[in-house]
Write a protein that binds this ligand. Structure first.
Ligand code: FPP
Length: 241
């Protein structure tokens, strides 16, 4: 397969995998069928981003608010996530060869311990990956992430290991789930919605946004190229002129 070339690539792309439910509804299928197809799209786009040389990519799989969905939908998403983890473990050698580093963003304390054990194992086993950081946000909320970073700094300030006046952006970022990774350059949201939905709030301060009406299960490599082409044309000023 021939890959398109881009004059500039975002270092960090964030993707809100939205529209699975509507995709299923349009076909008279249960919502879970949309998530199954969405998980396939996730694999396809994750792989494609790696092939293109995107250095960091973050997919929003499950938010802190998604627990309020019907129990069968929550367990279906967790099952798909678990299937992906199992498959990743089976293909560990391939991931290591490709330089993939798997990272999970979010509060692990509410996740099934069998899953978190596998998450921890995969994070450690792929920690040496230098080509692509593949981040999956699970039980993730941007406000919750900021709060836990604040609490961790406050604890250290209270016990005297950090000087409150020395807390700068770098010190704060080192407490985020994305510690060590650059901010989001490009945020992709399919399915016609145009909101940030508590995703990577701190990290997206200067992100470029790209929206599309396509539903996530229908999202293709071509849509990803389209977002990258749009990004190429953006004039990023970061508050300057
Ligand atoms: C949003 O669509 C999608 C989700 C809340 C779940 C996303 C999960 C997956 C794609 C599968 C599991 C993930 C991995 C990493 C294997 P929606 O249900 O809100 O769609 P709607 O707005 O059309 O109802």
């Amino acid at each position: 397969m021939e890959f398109p070339t881009f004059s500039v690539l975002p270092r960090h792309v964030a993707v809100i995998m939205d529209g699975n439910g509507r995709w299923a509804k349009k076909r008279g299928l249960p919502r879970t069928a949309g998530h199954i197809e969405g998980a396939r799209t996730f694999r396809k786009i994750g792989e494609y981003a790696g092939d293109l040389g995107i250095r960091h990519i973050t997919f929003y799989a499950f938010s802190t608010e998604n627990w309020s969905r019907p129990e069968n939908e929550v367990s279906a998403i967790m099952k798909l996530f678990g299937d992906y983890l199992e498959e990743s473990r089976e293909r560990l050698e391939e991931s290591i060869q490709k330089g993939i580093r798997l990272r999970f963003l979010g509060d692990k304390s509410r996740i099934d311990p069998a899953l978190t054990a596998l998450m921890d194992f995969m994070e450690e086993a792929t920690a040496g990956g230098k080509k692509i950081d593949l981040n999956i946000a699970l039980n993730y909320g941007g406000q919750q992430e900021i709060l836990q970073a604040v609490k961790s700094l406050a604890r250290d300030a209270a016990n005297g290991t950090i000087d409150p006046d020395a807390i700068d952006a770098g010190a704060f970022e080192s407490r985020l789930y994305t510690a060590g990774q650059p901010p989001v350059d490009l945020m992709i949201r399919p399915s016609g919605e145009q909101r940030i939905s508590n995703f990577l709030l701190w990290q997206s301060a200067y992100a470029e946004f790209w929206y599309s009406d396509v539903l996530w299960p229908d999202f293709t490599e071509e849509h990803f190229n389209e977002a990258l082409r749009a990004y190429e044309k953006r004039n990023r000023r970061f508050g300057g002129v």
